[in-house]
Design a protein around this ligand. Structure first.
Ligand SMILES: *Cc1c(COP(=O)(O)O)cnc(C)c1O
Length: 222
């Protein structure tokens, strides 16, 4: 069930850290989203293309939709005209497809590069070292219709604080390594998207600029 009190509390905790809150509404009804819009919230995260397209049609287009799930290249065209930010770019081929589709739309789309730090095999993303090599090789140059704004990461599914802290630190250091290198010179580079329901305050303490919180706000998903 939607919990507006917790929503307000997390909103103010995020803003104290100058971070933004992405309310992750996946598998939750448009009515719940509409209630948060009434409170003035605009940033929502979804991770299934079909569901996002449907909700986009049903809700006001003032919403800033953040795509946070694994994105298949053949699905890019379905969200490219309206998505606000894609957090989950995990390959150069996907980036290329987003760039091509954005060009056709005549818009520049904000994206984050997903970095893999979790112990689970199944989570998508670039390895930190591979990502830095790609920067070194200038592989991200020449994309004119995407703005690469930073990185997104997910931690291991654990309550072990040591593990989480280590992974947040890893994400932060990749983020800073790009930020502090004038050769990678990217003025848009400012977002470090990390932290979910179970670990958002720890993420903020480690420099997160965007927390993605779902179940704490909307209730557990089936
Ligand atoms: C579902 C999801 C979240 C939110 O998870 P909660 O634990 O419900 O807060 C955040 N990020 C991604 C990428 C997700 O898929």
């Amino acid at each position: 069930m939607l919990n507006k009190e917790i929503f307000k509390e997390i909103t103010s905790i995020a803003s104290e850290s100058n971070a933004s809150l992405i309310a992750v509404s996946k598998r939750k009804p448009v009515e719940d989203i509409a209630e948060l819009i009434d409170l003035g919230h605009l940033d929502f995260g979804e991770n299934y293309v079909q569901e996002l397209v449907k909700k986009h049609k049903e809700l006001p287009n003032t919403i800033r939709w953040h795509f946070i799930g694994h994105l298949q290249r053949n699905k890019v065209k379905e969200i490219i005209s309206f998505v606000h930010m894609i957090h989950s770019v995990d390959s150069l081929r996907l980036l290329k497809e987003i760039d091509n589709r954005a060009a056709k739309e005549g818009r520049i789309v904000d994206v984050l590069l997903q970095v893999h730090v979790a112990q689970e095999e199944s989570k998508f993303g670039f390895n930190p070292q591979d990502l830095l090599s790609l920067f070194e090789n200038k592989s991200f140059e020449g994309f004119e219709f995407v703005r690469i704004c930073g990185i997104m990461g997910m931690c291991t599914y654990t309550s072990d604080k040591q593990v989480l802290q280590g992974e947040f630190e890893q994400l932060k250091s990749v983020f800073n390594e790009v930020k502090n290198n004038p050769e990678y010179n990217n003025n848009a580079w400012k977002e470090l998207s990390m932290g979910m329901s179970g670990d958002y305050s720890l993420a903020l303490a480690h420099g997160s600029t965007m927390i993605r919180v779902g179940s704490l706000i909307f209730g557990a998903r089936d």
